[in-house]
Design a protein around this ligand. Structure first.
Ligand code: ZN
Length: 325
């Protein structure tokens, strides 16, 4: 993970991020295509508009609010217009989310809880906001699936799904500009474990300005996740990203149990393990923080910036639910 890149390494990094950029262009082309196809007659439904306005969140939102606004919709119900017409994700029947905190701009961070067992496992998505919006779409698909198939949760397990850690970035743009929070901080660099404000960009994502924050855990979103994790006993955690690099165990150096989890997830999904080494040294990550609390944790990357890879990640969910047995 550490170290300077050779000439070949530099080429590899350029190629990898180049592929990411190509994927992004594909997403934008798709959005343009569908937007044009739907034509100008398709106007936002007044109810949706009213909901998003009425639901404008703030840090003082009453805890009992029913329709908590969020930006990435459930792709099962609103597959295309979602891009231009943000729709709250709401389970028609099922548990209400636990709001664990708010973003800088007052959007809620929502955790869905399934099962009542002692062994706690967790999925977290959207830490890189709109740039990796398909991780949020995946979380919504998983929430919907688990809600409709509760029998997949073993009786001794509780599953938490945090659908969107960075809702402000998701609301800003589904492009490079959507990666950071509203302070311009990369939230996956802001956790207190191995924290650095700045890092050597050699081999790292470097397509827009970003920092690790003014101090460890300086961001509201980060602190909300820290408060949640430190007050629970999560034994295994997947933090979703995109795209394509593989499954990264948490810990510095990589922690033993997290390596085992990464291997098991790679086997189930086909995502690469060991992950592709671009030479980037990752600081202040959520996975490292979760490991510091005693969890097995990984950063896991979807194949591209567009698809949710649902069948693969249903297998990943089953690995997570069986973890530690
Ligand atoms: Zn990411």
């Amino acid at each position: 993970m550490k170290g300077k890149r050779s000439g070949a390494g530099a080429w590899l990094v350029t190629a990898i991020w180049g592929l990411n950029a190509i994927g992004l262009v594909g997403v934008l082309a798709g959005v343009t295509f569908f937007t044009n196809r739907q034509g100008p007659v398709r106007t936002p439904e007044p109810r949706a508009l009213q909901l998003s306005m009425a639901g404008t969140p703030s840090a003082t939102s009453p805890p009992g609010i029913r329709y908590l606004p969020s930006v990435t919709p459930n792709p099962l119900t609103t597959p295309i217009e979602a891009y231009n017409t943000p729709t709250p994700f709401v389970l028609p029947q099922g548990p209400r989310p636990i709001v664990i905190g708010y973003s800088i701009s007052g959007r809620p961070l929502e955790v869905y809880k399934f099962g009542q067992g002692e062994r706690q496992v967790m999925i977290a998505a959207g830490i890189h906001g709109g740039y990796e919006w398909n991780t949020i779409a995946l979380a919504d698909e998983l929430i919907t699936y688990v809600n409709e198939n509760p029998e997949i949760i073993p009786s001794d397990v509780t599953l938490f799904i945090l659908r969107n850690i960075n809702p402000d970035g998701d609301a800003r743009a589904h492009t490079i500009e959507g990666r950071v929070n509203d302070h311009g901080v990369d939230l996956n660099r802001n956790f207190p474990e191995n924290w650095q404000a700045e890092w050597d960009r050699d081999g790292c994502w470097d397509y827009a300005p970003t920092t690790g924050g003014s101090s460890p855990g300086s961001e509201k979103e980060t602190r909300a996740v820290m408060n949640f994790l430190s007050s629970r006993n999560v034994e295994a955690l997947i933090s979703y990203h995109s795209a394509a690099l593989g499954v990264f165990p948490g810990g510095e150096p990589w922690e033993e149990e997290s390596i085992e989890l990464a291997k098991a997830l790679s086997k189930a999904t086909g995502y690469p393990y060991p992950p592709i080494d671009t030479g980037c040294y990752y600081t202040g990550t959520l996975a490292d923080y979760a490991v510091s609390l005693g969890a097995a944790a990984v950063d896991m990357e979807l194949r591209n910036h567009r698809d949710t890879d649902f069948p693969r990640n249903l297998k990943a969910l089953k690995v997570l639910l069986e973890w530690g047995k």
